[in-house]
Design a protein around this ligand. Structure first.
Ligand code: ZN
Length: 208
């Protein structure tokens, strides 16, 4: 299935919200929703084109789901039926720019939605695996940076789908980045990123 719209959920792991508190990000118990264009996707095998001269680019390792569709106003207890596949991805973020935009009360797009900002692994069919009992890791140049446990999500995947479907009629190929655990940090050209989950697979990219 071809990737359609890319939705992202922010502030979905408490420890990640806390690690950004020094930048003025306040935990308020509410998730954030934003979008990336289709041109943000970076498939396996392509280099990640890091933006240059625009401040630090942070990795955010995330569980990603693709939808079969689902339409509007999906009830939480039916939401998992709209999932076609699962994978891992990176929600790349120009963190210095995001902080500046946020502090000015401006939208995040310039810091979150640039071309190449969404490296995406290959999708594996969703076979009713328990999405809230998965673990995943991100290693950069062999060193562990992030270790996610989806049990710690503030908004489980079913709830995310229900929330999005109140605003958008969900279509086949829509993709959701489900939020990042703690451990976000900067990427540099030449870095090797490996996203891995026993239940999903292993995906590797090189930063350019
Ligand atoms: Zn994110």
């Amino acid at each position: 299935m071809k990737t359609n719209r890319i939705f992202c959920i922010g502030k979905n792991y408490a420890e990640h919200v806390e690690e950004l508190a020094h930048l003025g990000y306040k935990p308020d118990g509410e998730c954030v929703v934003f979008m990336k264009p289709a041109s943000a996707a970076v498939p396996i095998g392509d280099p990640i084109p890091l933006p240059k001269g625009r401040g630090g680019v942070h990795h955010e390792a995330e569980l990603v789901v693709m939808l079969t569709g689902g339409g509007a106003d999906i009830p939480v207890d039916e939401a998992l039926g709209a999932i076609a596949g699962i994978t891992l991805g990176l929600d790349l973020t120009l963190r210095d720019l995001q902080t500046e935009l946020k502090n000015k009360g401006k939208p995040w797009e310039l810091s979150k939605s640039f071309d190449g900002s969404a490296p995406l692994g290959d999708f594996k069919p969703y076979l009713e695996q328990d999405l809230q009992a998965l673990e995943f890791t991100l290693h950069v140049n062999g060193a562990l940076r992030q270790h996610g446990r989806t049990a710690e999500m503030l908004y489980p995947v079913a709830q995310q789908i229900a929330i999005l479907s109140r605003t958008w009629s969900l279509q086949p190929g829509d993709v959701i980045f489900t939020g990042t655990p703690k451990g976000v940090a900067e990427l540099k050209p030449g870095d090797t990123c490996v996203l891995e989950s026993a239940a999903i697979g292993r995906f590797e990219w090189q930063c350019a």
